[in-house]
Design a protein around this ligand. Structure first.
Ligand code: SF4
Length: 574
């Protein structure tokens, strides 16, 4: 019987060798299993702790984690979904403090936090406290951040790099499912060795993507760099006593010792390799993660179909698997002999600035381009998704300076995708039977706040049916825009939709805020017991409808109406 004939769907979590088929989200769920198995093979008694809040592109991660755990009952993996992202971040911070307690049963706990980019934003303060506190030597803490650069399933397009830089988290950026596993294990090892939290940036194309992984090449045996700082071996002890002068000592430690050890780890493990390196290179291209893989597709589309053809065109390539922070000397070595460097990265020119900084004052300074051509025209857009199609024209123009005869003209994206024109248009709509179908009907001239989740579809519907939609806010701030609008407009009332998932995540605080501001808002809370848009998980910290009503009464809400098809359910409570 062949390997394929005996393959079972659960092998993706139970196998330690051979090949498995995984999606990006399943590869993320495999990380704690793979790490704990590797620890046991080295005689370490470790555990894993996961917490956070899912949401596309990490939708379904919570279910996959639970499935993976159930298939490996011999491994101590604890998964505690909580109300929202900041509570999850603080819980993972606790997993690092646990290892220092005298009654801790494990050598260390691998802490994994997960959330999408807006969750990273809202958990910023909690994560900053966790970062200062740091990680334990046999534990480690990793923030898995889902980026949605094209806003496929988010209110805003996102790229978390700048936020992670500000949080002092080294960023590991996988470009496919195999790299999710290898860089996931590096993220844990880097965190353990340096005492720093690390981040695994997972874009939608990688989370939603899938592939076959040879497990023998996915297990990482990290090289430990020299850990000597100021003449003594460095060992970070997680410390949450965050008041002066201790917090200032921790800041110094974070910005000096831990940052230096991160640099040494990147160098020792060659995480940012030069992948194509012809001796006569005239141009260098630097890219990372998913964007690096798209860069290769773009070069292929321009007629450079193999590493050999890329090299013979005089192109040097640098693959940043850990784009921030990188080793400046690596960039100086890469720049040797080049006339020009192009930094291909989505959204912000973060790596472009760091490359320029690394080369400033160097004896050899090639021209460094990223977002713009030398004359200021856009070279690589900083908005939307930066895929192979989007980078074709810019790459073609820069490479044509020297090798026009080796290049194919860039095809227009429409020609490549060959989209068929549609004769009909279909707007997304609520499921049949969904209470939104009725609850979104409003009196004439109503001003409405859209709620995060399925209710945002009202933005695509006729005003006649759903009212004048004032837009949508960040999750957990529903209705708060009216507090700033109300004093300046004639209308005296605002209707705000909010789902129970959002309400229990953070939106419940908007009610006492509205009361304290004296704002005239009708909140329409859709209570259906599920968080539909982020994969269908149950909301956490749920109260019954009568208990929600009791809380609202205590908060000073003027009038509460329960609408239901089964009034008998609530008669006694009323
Ligand atoms: S809330 Fe549930 S039933 Fe309603 S539209 Fe969303 S997924 Fe469908």
């Amino acid at each position: 019987m062949s390997d394929l004939d005996s393959y079972q769907i659960n092998d993706r979590y139970t196998r330690d060798e051979g090949r498995v088929f995984v999606t990006g989200v399943q590869a993320l769920a495999r990380i704690p299993l793979q790490q704990l198995r590797a620890d046991r093979s080295q005689g370490r008694n470790t555990a894993a702790f996961l917490s956070g809040y899912p949401g596309s592109p990490l939708a379904g991660l919570n279910f996959e984690i639970d499935k993976a755990r159930s298939l490996a009952p011999e491994l101590p993996i604890v998964h505690r979904p909580v109300l929202n992202e900041e509570h999850g971040a603080t819980a993972v911070m606790g997993s690092q403090l646990a290892a220092g307690q005298p009654d801790c049963a494990y050598d260390g706990i691998v802490g994994l936090w997960y959330g999408k980019a807006p969750g990273l934003d809202r958990a910023g303060d909690a994560l900053r406290h966790a970062v200062f506190t740091g990680t334990s030597r046999h534990g480690g803490a990793v923030a898995i951040v889902g980026d949605d650069p094209a806003a496929k399933s988010s209110t805003l397009p996102s790229s978390s790099d700048a936020t992670l830089v500000d949080l002092h988290m080294p960023i590991l950026y996988p470009g496919d499912v195999k790299e999710v596993l290898t860089l996931g294990m590096h993220a844990v090892a880097l965190s353990r060795i340096t005492g720093a939290w690390t981040a695994l940036k997972v874009v939608a194309a990688v989370a939603d993507g899938s592939g076959t992984v040879d497990l023998s090449s996915s297990v990482v045996l990290p090289k430990v760099p020299d850990l000597t700082i100021d003449g003594v071996p460095y060992l970070h002890q997680p410390d949450a006593k965050l008041l002066p002068p201790n917090n200032l000592h921790l800041e110094r430690d974070l910005r000096t010792s831990r940052a230096e050890l991160v640099r040494r780890y990147v160098v020792a493990n060659e995480l940012n390799p030069t992948t194509v390196n012809p001796p006569d290179a005239w141009i260098g291209i630097i890219s990372s993660g998913f964007t690096y893989h798209e860069l290769i597709h773009a070069l292929n589309a321009l007629g450079l179909k193999s590493q050999h053809e890329i090299a013979s065109a005089g192109i040097r390539l640098l693959h940043l698997q850990l784009p921030i922070p990188f080793d400046p000397q690596n960039i100086r070595n890469f720049a040797n002999g080049l006339e020009e460097i192009i930094v291909v990265e989505e959204k912000n020119p973060t790596a472009e600035w760091l490359v320029k900084d690394a080369l400033y004052g160097n004896s050899h300074q090639p021209r460094v381009l990223g977002k713009n051509h030398p004359d200021g025209r856009i070279l690589m857009p900083s908005h939307g998704i930066l895929d192979a199609n989007t980078m074709l024209e810019g790459l073609h123009e820069r490479l044509s300076q020297k090798i026009p005869d080796k290049l194919r003209p860039p095809q227009k994206p429409e020609e490549i995708k060959n989209l068929l024109p549609l004769k009909v248009q279909r707007s997304p709509y609520f499921c049949s039977g969904c209470p939104h179908n009725i609850s979104t009907k409003v009196p004439d001239d109503s001003l409405i706040g859209a709620g995060i989740g399925c209710h945002t579809m009202v933005l695509l519907m006729d005003d006649d049916r759903v009212g004048d939609i004032a837009g949508v806010t960040a999750m957990g701030n529903e209705g708060m825009q009216w507090i700033g609008m109300e004093p300046f407009v004639d209308r005296k009332h605002f209707i705000q939709n909010i789902g129970d998932g959002t309400y229990f995540h953070s939106g419940q605080l908007t009610i006492p805020s509205a009361v304290s501001a004296g704002s005239n808002i009708t909140f329409k809370l859709l209570y259906n017991g599920t968080i539909a848009m982020t994969g269908g998980q149950d909301p956490k910290g749920v109260l019954s409808v009568p208990d929600v009503a009791k809380v609202m009464i205590a908060q000073g809400v003027a009038k509460i109406i329960v609408t239901t098809e089964e009034p008998a359910l609530y008669k006694e409570a009323s």
